[in-house]
Design a protein around this ligand. Sequence first.
Ligand code: HEM
Length: 227
Amino acid sequence: MGNHNTKKKNQILRTKLPERLCHWMIVFCFFLAATSGLSWFFPTFSWLSSFLGTPQMARVLHPFFGIIVFLGLCYMFVKFVHYNMPAETDKIWFRNVKGVLLNDHSQPLKIGKYNAGQKVLFWLIMISISVLLISGLIMWRAYFAQYFPIPVLRLAILAHSIAGIGLILLILGHIYLAIWVRGSITGMVTGYVSKAWARQHHDRWAEELDAKESAERAALDRQGEKA
Ligand code: HEM
């Protein structure tokens, strides 16, 4: 008995299906937008446009993949912003960041659903994608570029390049950390993490979930008594 039950018992839903699908759809489109974008920086990078077929196709499709990434991130913003608001307890994480990097989990850091580092990353991603969208629309030859004077276009291209490289570097860091914190990618794929994982990496979140579960159980017990 119980193997399946025990597994379920020790698992917590961390990310719901629509959010997971959205995240992986973003990953796919971001890969195509980022590689085609990089292909225009140096001739030695030009082969990177081949993921979209020909260089011409890459030029046509890049903005559309970028817009899909933006829309996906809008959805994630709405769903996740609540967990990424600054909290008083984030200071504890910042103060102990060295311990976090050394994988030292001896002290309770009062980490909510996302840690302070993830929150910073969340906001940097949202700022970069906003800059990319606005500057990208301005410089979009097919539709809008003709409405803007040359100096504005030049500034837009500069802002787009900086935000693009910035976002790519942020995402490389994001991927590195996702691999580093074992169990988190499984969480983004299956939706579930273990209770031990939650306690180790997001102690306050795990405590809040435990408290909610006990309250729900108590309410059910009371209902049972009445019936
Ligand atoms: C192969 C590439 C990627 C991997 C392996 C990956 C992995 C992950 C994982 C494991 C989480 C959940 C973290 C947790 O539960 O604590 C996450 C969250 C997230 N990812 Fe990714 N990711 C990738 C690419 C991207 C890209 C390209 C973007 C956006 C451009 C992105 C944006 C986000 C956001 C916004 C969150 C939510 C974080 C928060 O709310 O603080 N990810 N990712």
